[in-house]
Ligand binder design. Structure first.
Ligand code: ADP
Ligand code: 5GP
Length: 212
């Protein structure tokens, strides 16, 4: 990796778009390249989830204490539950020049962009709205009513997609994972992200400068 600092990468997308699935495969295929921030939430644990792996599951009181103590980089309310990004993990990693991925919703993504204008914002969606519904239903983790609420939220969220840097259509999972990886790796080569090595080269070249 060449760039000055680790990247903060935000992956957002409609509920059921496949963010969690993409992240799982990205981390499996490139375990040394990425670190995933684990969020805190007050939503109930789904079957198959484990505290400290998908989320840190908190009570409302515990979560509000985290807000109070400034332990969260950002937080948002999504369909009646709190979700937030623990601050320390992200700050430590970027200082160590490691890439960190935040899989968070849009309000949180925009707050991160405000705090870190260099953050890379990725948005993922399935090829169609029908497919989104099929995936939410197929996942089988939410009631019919919650699925309806989440689809309604998606409709509102679609108004913010233009705020993102890149769009990834999650049709073939393998392709989507490759696209996320390639976009992130290309970002490291942006001139604006490589000011340290540029300054160093400029300095080194001065020995060839002729005084006339
Ligand atoms: P999100 O984290 O965005 O809410 P998930 O990762 O839980 O979404 O995916 C929602 C459902 O869609 C899951 O059942 C998952 O297995 C399925 N899924 C994810 N990506 C694809 C894909 N590319 N093709 C078909 N199904 C997918
Ligand atoms: P789910 O309940 O499906 O796991 O997540 C619901 C939404 O909350 C998703 O859009 C997910 O990306 C988002 N989310 C998860 N963690 C965080 C977080 O720390 N902050 C914010 N703002 N959103 C989050």
């Amino acid at each position: 990796m060449t760039s000055d600092k680790g990247l903060i990468i935000v992956l957002s997308g409609f509920s059921g778009a496949g963010k969690g699935t993409i992240m799982k495969h990205l981390l499996e295929t490139h375990p040394d390249d990425y670190n995933l921030s684990i969020s805190a939430t007050t939503r109930g644990m789904r079957s198959g989830e484990k505290d400290g792996r998908e989320y840190f599951f908190k009570t409302k009181e515990e979560f509000e204490a985290m807000i109070e103590n400034n332990e969260l980089l950002e937080h948002a309310c999504f369909n009646g539950n709190y979700y937030g990004t623990p601050r320390a993990y992200v700050e430590t990693l970027i200082e160590r020049r490691k890439d960190v991925i935040l899989e968070i919703e849009i309000q949180g993504a925009l707050k991160v962009k405000e705090m870190y204008p260099d953050a890379l914002l990725l948005f993922t969606m399935p090829p169609s709205a029908n497919e989104l519904q099929n995936r939410l239903v197929g996942r089988g983790t939410e009631t019919e009513e919650v699925i309806k609420q989440r689809l309604e939220i998606s409709c509102k969220e679609s108004g913010y997609m233009n705020k993102y840097d890149y769009l990834i259509i999650n049709d073939s999972l393998e392709k989507a994972v490759d696209q996320v990886h390639n976009i992130i790796q290309s970002e490291h080569f942006r001139v604006s992200r490589n000011q340290t090595i540029i300054a160093q080269m400029k300095e080194e070249l001065k020995i060839f400068e002729r005084s006339n």
